[in-house]
Design a protein around this ligand. Structure first.
Ligand code: NZQ
Ligand code: ZN
Length: 387
């Protein structure tokens, strides 16, 4: 176990009827509020009305910034920054999934500086004093509701870059599982895949050989992500399944799993971000297409770790360490198939001729994230194994 600092300042209000508190929680930081949301799902499921009622009752003056796209784009972030500056907003309230929350974080960062907000994403500038943010989460997936990260696509350069900064944790996030019952089956599955990927990234890249507490925590999250997703897909309105999936996804990327692991990487995300940057596919769908190929590569470096994963997550007990590792990868791939998430990049209609272009794009993110062991040749080889 390595030394670590764990400091997650986000206050979570979890459960039924918690959305009613968003007004009170938000005006703690100012009454001039920018309300950020996507393309209309919150109007269909009633969440928008609940949020508006609560904000209004708390005395908020509301400016709306809507139309955030799935895989949010830089130009829309910049529109939001201009709006905040023009209206003098003091606090942002994001209502949606990871895309909406991520865009709101980027606006919070960009609203208090004069330079191009993209400089934060390329590491040329560091966030010092962003505006505060509250959120109402409507999709279990990204973990953005309780972490300090965000991912934005620069449409001009086709770079989908992410960064994290300790000042960008949401101040309060409201997690009402009932708000996720309207998420359709495909995005329910993609969200669960994303949570699984967040756990796997750290589980398979930790360099520390002795992290038994974190291992059991991560293995539990993996089992629960798959199980609660299966139950939610059987009945989209199963509150208990939605609650289990929601909290699992939050815990999968709120810093807890990585505490004590030392240096970890995010290689599957590094590769997937290039896929969703070029083809605008759902993040979770891109991940399930990349994960099996990356795991086959990584299992050659660390077969024991993969054998442990297979034994503890899928109860695979027979065979050599290599056999167990291979069977665990097959079992996870079978689960992706079960929930209808693609398991190859061919299934995403991505042509093999594009692989060099995707790899070159991924290398630029690998450099920003300091994952120097990933060059274009290695990423190309992994992608060819994902065809
Ligand atoms: O546009 P709206 O109306 O919001 O509709 C969304 C969107 O079409 C819809 N949706 C959301 N809640 C719903 C709902 N539909 C019905 N009922 C509801 N309750 O679902 C679609 C997908 O939403 P989106 O926010 O794009 O999904 P997700 O939460 O998976 O976020 C994906 C983004 O998060 C980034 C990804 O790269 C991607 O851009 N990530 C952010 C991370 C972070 N901040 O830490 C980490 C992740 O690895 C991830 O990279
Ligand atoms: Zn992710």
């Amino acid at each position: 176990m390595q030394n670590f600092v764990f400091h997650n300042p986000t206050k979570i209000l979890f459960g039924r009827d918690t959305i009613a508190a968003i007004g009170k929680e938000t005006v703690l930081f100012g009454t001039n509020v920018l309300l950020v949301y996507g393309s209309g799902s919150i109007k269909k499921n009633g969440v928008y009305d609940q949020v508006l009622q609560s904000l209004t009752a708390a005395g908020a003056e509301i400016t709306e910034h809507f139309g955030v796209s799935s895989n949010p784009v830089l130009s829309h972030v910049k529109t939001g920054i201009r709006l905040v500056k023009e209206k003098g907003c003091q606090v942002l309230c994001a209502v949606g999934g990871g895309s909406v929350i991520d865009e709101a974080k980027a606006i919070c960062a960009g609203a208090t500086v004069e330079h191009d907000v993209w400089k934060f994403f390329t590491g040329k500038k560091s966030v010092k004093s962003p505006l505060p943010l509250t959120t109402v989460l409507t999709l279990a997936a990204s973990g953005s509701e309780m972490n300090s990260g965000m991912v934005i696509t620069n449409e001009e350069t086709r770079q989908k870059f992410g960064f994290a900064n300790k000042h960008l944790y949401p101040r309060t996030s409201i997690l009402d599982p009932g708000a996720t019952c309207s998420v359709p089956a495909d995005y329910t599955a993609y969200g669960a895949v994303d949570a699984v990927a967040h756990v796997l990234e750290f589980y398979f890249t930790t360099e520390d050989p002795a992290t038994p507490v974190q291992d059991r925590l991560m293995e539990g999250l993996l089992i629960n992500a798959m199980d609660s997703c299966n139950r939610a897909l059987t009945d989209l309105n199963d509150y208990q399944a939605r609650a289990d999936l929601m909290w699992t996804a939050t815990l999968a990327l709120n810093g807890l799993t990585g505490a004590g692991l030392g240096k970890v990487g995010f290689p599957m995300h590094m590769i997937e971000h290039s896929l969703s940057a070029f083809y605008n596919i759902p993040h979770g769908a891109g991940l399930s297409a990349v994960i099996p190929g990356w795991m086959r590569y990584q299992a050659k470096q660390r077969p024991e770790r993969f054998a442990q994963f297979s034994e503890r997550v899928f109860d695979i007990r027979e065979g050599s360490i290599q056999d167990k590792a291979a069977k665990g990868i097959e079992a996870l791939t079978a689960w992706f198939t079960r929930v209808n998430s693609p398991t190859t990049i061919t299934a995403l209609a991505i042509p093999s001729e594009d692989i060099p272009k995707i790899a070159a794009n991924a290398v630029s993110l690998a450099k920003v994230w300091r994952m120097n062991n990933y060059d274009a040749a290695l990423i190309e080889a992994i992608l060819r194994d994902c065809l």
